[in-house]
Ligand binder design. Sequence first.
Ligand SMILES: Nc1ncnc2c1ncn2[C@@H]1O[C@H](COP(=O)(O)OP(=O)(O)OP(=O)(O)O)[C@@H](O)[C@H]1O
Ligand SMILES: [Mg+2]
Length: 261
Amino acid sequence: MKKIAVCGKGGVGKTTIAALLAYCLAEQGREVYAIDGDVNPTLAEALGFPAETVAEIRPIVDMAELVEERTGAKRGQYGTYFKTNPRVKDIPERFSRTINHIHFLMMGALRGAEQGCACAENAMLKALVTHLILKEKETVIMDMVAGTEHLGRGTAKGVDALFLVVEPGSRSLKVARDIARMAETMGVKRRYLIGNKIRAPDDEQFLKNELGAAAFAGFFPAHQDVIAAERRGIALYEYSPPMREIITKIVQNLEPAVQGL
Ligand SMILES: Nc1ncnc2c1ncn2[C@@H]1O[C@H](COP(=O)(O)OP(=O)(O)OP(=O)(O)O)[C@@H](O)[C@H]1O
Ligand SMILES: [Mg+2]
């Protein structure tokens, strides 16, 4: 499993879990590329980058010359033809910021109105996921935009596995089902459900009843450490032994798949 996308409804814990996963795989000796694919990027903070560094990070889409050079499209020229297959091989090396063997890339950030369509930038993200050739022991983890829209654009096409985060409410289940259906059509066979913000045994049972116990790779409790780590600007994996233990178990159980690719 080399390319993993973390998906789900807004606010379910995608970024939190993507960061835990990145730390866990990095600690196991993998070279991890963590990509924030959200237009409201927060993964850098979750990975524990200091605020000064976060402020300096330029999203790939803001490197207008780069996007232009690679895709042939000029920002704001609606209807411009752009290459759907831009060259992306050197991007991780040139533009990532590294923390604890995790190489971080931020695709975009919300822009003002009337700044043109984001087709060229989306083409970059899609190309990055599809065409990055990873060496042995390299893994890409993408923290995706909430919901299903990105799947509609095909950004998850080159992904080996989806981590689908759900919380014990019926709304996140609907989104998870929609995502799973779209992923199926796109040929993403490995789909792991993660239950998050579990407050009582009932919550876990509810999710298992709704989606099938076998589909779950694991469950995270609603835990005060998540907010505490966030406030202190420390990566949750480093701050919280209980959360670290849960992600480690989840990854251990996926081990054959991780090793196999
Ligand atoms: N297990 C948990 N226990 C307590 N709080 C949690 C837990 N998981 C996530 N949270 C909190 O819920 C909020 C949303 O989490 P997070 O940003 O990871 O979700 P997201 O799915 O990435 O959201 P978005 O859709 O906005 O990108 C955060 O404030 C986070 O601290
Ligand atoms: Mg997020």
